[in-house]
Design a protein around this ligand. Sequence first.
Ligand SMILES: [Zn+2]
Length: 186
Amino acid sequence: MELLIDLPNIQIQEAFEDRSGNYILTVISTEKGTHCHKCGKRIDKSNGYGEFVELRHLDILGKQVYLRIRLPRYQCDCDGQPTTTQQVSWFTRRSGFTKAFEERILLSCVNSTIADVTIKEKVTYELVSGVVDRNIDKSVDWESIRKLVPQDENPNTVSEERVVRCKLRDLLWFFRCPCFVLRLSS
Ligand SMILES: [Zn+2]
């Protein structure tokens, strides 16, 4: 099962299928220590665990997979002896999804509306919007686009129309994500 979920430094403690046919896995982090959020020093003095969080992960054999994890907390000896919850590389706090699942949602957005993605991936509209907002820039960096204009033209004399034409040609490549185009046109 650990091979199937393909995440670093975790161990599965318990796995079961709930009444809806979803796999619920309780996992622990096998990584030791973290960096103090106050002074940045590496710390490994245990101080219990954070709250349980539940994260949607990639499906296995068509079944939804949810990981339940409590990350270890560590205490520092710097001023105030603050505690810090370990951060792991494979999920962003408060996102509700693993990074692998977020990437899958973004891929599902290609040539689809957010409403399509909610049906395909069985997640709510708000959650899909949250993933898109976290991962895709909301504003256009026009200066970067202007730089895409061929070098032999003086960028200061390039008309807005020319920039827009270059933008249309290069936008897909530039942002590497067609759902950005969807958002621009909606
Ligand atoms: Zn510290």
